[in-house]
Design a binder for this molecule. Structure first.
Ligand code: ZN
Length: 177
């Protein structure tokens, strides 16, 4: 049912996967496009108990990429790995809000949200640390962050009650106790 493979992505746009074992944990960094050419088997096979995956370099994901990602994550969680996602790129958040399996069962440490500055007009994604801003996020409220250009307070362009759903913070709070 899949369309024929007409072309492949240029090499520099393919997903770069870095897997670095570090004692009891493995550090993973993904950068580039997550699509049908993304090979995540090296991630799926990580044997350590703790796996920290940096998603800050992801620029794009399509439905086949979502499938690859969910397959890898399911493999890790199936082995009871503790999976932490850091720097979740803005390109991934809307997908994670639609496809719960993309982040369910993981702990999200930080993620990007689109912000804009009313003073100088600067627009861009800002990184939100879930540990620092957990109380606000749990209340479905966007933290006020300084503009990197003019230091004025920027506002989040997304609706917090929708954009922050993937964090599943109530469950996270319940787990911590
Ligand atoms: Zn500004």
């Amino acid at each position: 049912m899949l369309p024929p493979r007409s072309s492949t992505s240029p090499p520099d746009r393919r997903l770069a996967v870095s897997v670095v074992p570090q004692g009891p944990r493995t550090l993973v960094a993904l950068a580039g496009r997550v699509d049908e050419s993304a090979g995540l088997s090296s991630v799926a096979q990580i044997p350590t108990r703790e796996v920290v995956i940096d998603l800050g370099g992801i620029t794009f994901i399509n439905s086949l990429g979502v499938r690859e990602w969910v397959r890898a994550l399911r493999s890790l969680l199936g082995r009871r790995a503790e999976v932490t996602l850091t720097h979740v790129a803005a390109a991934l958040v809307p997908q994670m809000n639609m496809v719960r399996e993309m982040s369910a069962g993981t702990k999200i440490a930080s993620f990007e949200a689109p912000y804009s500055c009313g003073k100088c007009g600067h627009e861009g994604p800002l990184m939100i640390d879930v540990g620092v801003h957990g109380d606000l996020l749990r209340a479905m409220s966007a933290p006020k962050l300084p503009c990197p250009e003019c230091k004025a307070t920027m506002v989040c362009d997304e609706i917090p009650g929708q954009y922050f759903l993937f964090l599943e913070l109530d469950q996270a709070a319940a787990r911590v106790g």
